[in-house]
Design a protein around this ligand. Structure first.
Ligand code: SF4
Length: 431
């Protein structure tokens, strides 16, 4: 077996290298000042690799300016261009960024055309030294794959293996792979299957970028990420991690760093049912406790557990422990006592203030236990990425939103200020 590494600017990830912490700017990439300021804040917080939304050629030019500004100030953190659809943009970005994140299946509906464009990108990356991340999210698979394998971990793995075969055939190995999902079980199973499949079919293991996508905010977002990412890190799977929160991206860094540090310790007993946590603060408590108890719950090896915890030296009450257990059970998809929120972290494509909107939606919909509600920043990627949500609130631009029932848009062009009330009506009328 050969374990590969990936060189992203001055950061190397892969077997034998430290787990790198990533985050993504939520600024408009064309706003150079705001983007530089956020990159500086992320780097200061300990972020090893920073991603920026790169929709088109104007954003590539802006990315070049952002990079030049950062380098002139002595900040060497590698930058990743986040491309969704355009191969031309990916090609331009490969001359500027240290890594380009793509889903090559989005380059064209014609698979052969997409393959050809991907091969061109590989050739250019080889020349420029740019790394690639092939990122396929649950919910973003094309019909060619879903018609054969469904929208499943197997489908995700089959799709990404096609692109990895191209990389191998062209002897291009400076590649990372991600298979994110908001469902922690789907996410963990997809990465496990990919790891096994790469080893068996290629005899090679490409570095893996782990993340639970659309995890939401606050405790639930942190706990979901700790469960999904932590489960894999405990198995030795994962080389770079991003915790996606619908908050200021700087808040993502300490959560990811805490998971990286936990993974550096000896692995806990996988079947333990009794845990003790002594944490400095609340966030540290929920991350540690979810890391310890989550994996066995997620995999149905245990059904319950006991937990004793102190935060800043003060023991937590039974009610506080039970509140955490409710969140953890839901993150592990074992017991649903609250609505399930699938909220994107926001990025340069976000069409409204997603952080305050998510808070408003959570307040207005808290009675709908077990209902999956998506809050997505943009109409371009949001509907695909909200995967199996029952209802969705998606930014449309121009102060308007579209509401979804399942994958169907049922109310379009709603003024944003009326969107939450209509969403509540829609849910009430359909549950
Ligand atoms: S769904 Fe959210 S995170 Fe994804 S591209 Fe749109 S605004 Fe950005």
């Amino acid at each position: 077996m050969k374990y590969l590494s990936c060189q992203i600017g001055n950061v190397t990830i892969g077997h034998g290298h430290p787990i790198a912490v990533q985050s993504m700017c939520d600024t408009d990439t064309l706003d150079i000042e705001a983007s530089v300021a956020q990159c500086k804040a992320l780097a200061a917080a300990g972020c090893d690799i920073i991603r920026l939304t790169t929709q088109g050629l104007r954003q590539v030019e802006a990315l070049a300016q952002i990079k030049a500004r950062l380098r002139s100030e002595g900040i060497s953190t590698p930058l990743v261009a986040d491309i969704h659809f355009s191969a031309d943009t990916a090609l331009a970005a490969a001359r500027v960024a240290e890594k380009v994140r793509i889903n090559p299946g989005n380059f064209s509906k014609d698979h052969k055309v997409a393959m050809d464009k991907f091969a061109l990108l590989i050739d250019l990356c080889r020349q420029t030294g740019c790394a690639l991340r092939i990122g396929l999210n649950h919910g973003s698979l094309g019909e060619r794959i879903t018609s054969q394998y469904g929208d499943t971990p197997l489908g995700m793995v089959k799709a990404v293996m096609e692109w990895l075969q191209v990389c191998v055939s062209k002897e291009f190995y400076n590649v990372t792979v991600s298979l994110k999902a908001s469902n922690t079980k789907v996410m963990a199973d997809a990465y496990r299957l990919l790891y096994k499949t790469m080893a068996e079919e290629l005899g090679l293991v490409f570095p893996l970028h782990l993340g639970v996508t659309e995890a939401g905010a606050g405790d639930t977002g942190r706990i979901k990420s700790a469960v999904g990412i932590g489960t894999l890190l405990r198995e030795g799977i994962g080389d770079t991690i991003r915790v996606s929160l619908t908050e200021n991206p700087v808040n993502e860094v300490p959560v990811a760093a805490a998971l990286r540090d936990l993974a550096a310790q000896p692995a806990p007993d996988p079947d333990a049912t009794s845990f003790t946590v002594d944490a400095q603060d609340h966030n540290s408590f929920i991350i540690q406790a979810a890391y310890l108890a989550g994996p066995a719950l997620l995999d149905h090896r245990i059904d319950d557990f006991s937990l004793a915890a102190t935060v800043a030296g003060k023991p937590l009450s039974e009610a506080q422990i039970e509140a955490f257990k409710d969140d953890l059970m839901q993150a592990c998809r074992r017991r649903f006592t609250k609505p399930e929120y699938i909220a994107c972290p926001g990025c340069g494509r976000t069409l409204y203030n997603i952080q305050s909107l998510l808070t408003e939606v959570m307040e207005a919909t808290k009675e709908f236990a077990g209902v999956k509600i998506a809050v997505m920043g943009c109409i371009v990627n949001g509907p695909g990425e909200m995967a199996d949500a029952d209802f969705g609130y998606v930014g449309e631009g121009g102060g308007k939103v579209t509401l979804y029932k399942g994958s169907e848009p049922v109310m379009r062009g709603i003024p944003q200020e009326e969107g939450v009330a209509h969403l509540v009506e829609l849910i009430r009328a359909n549950i």
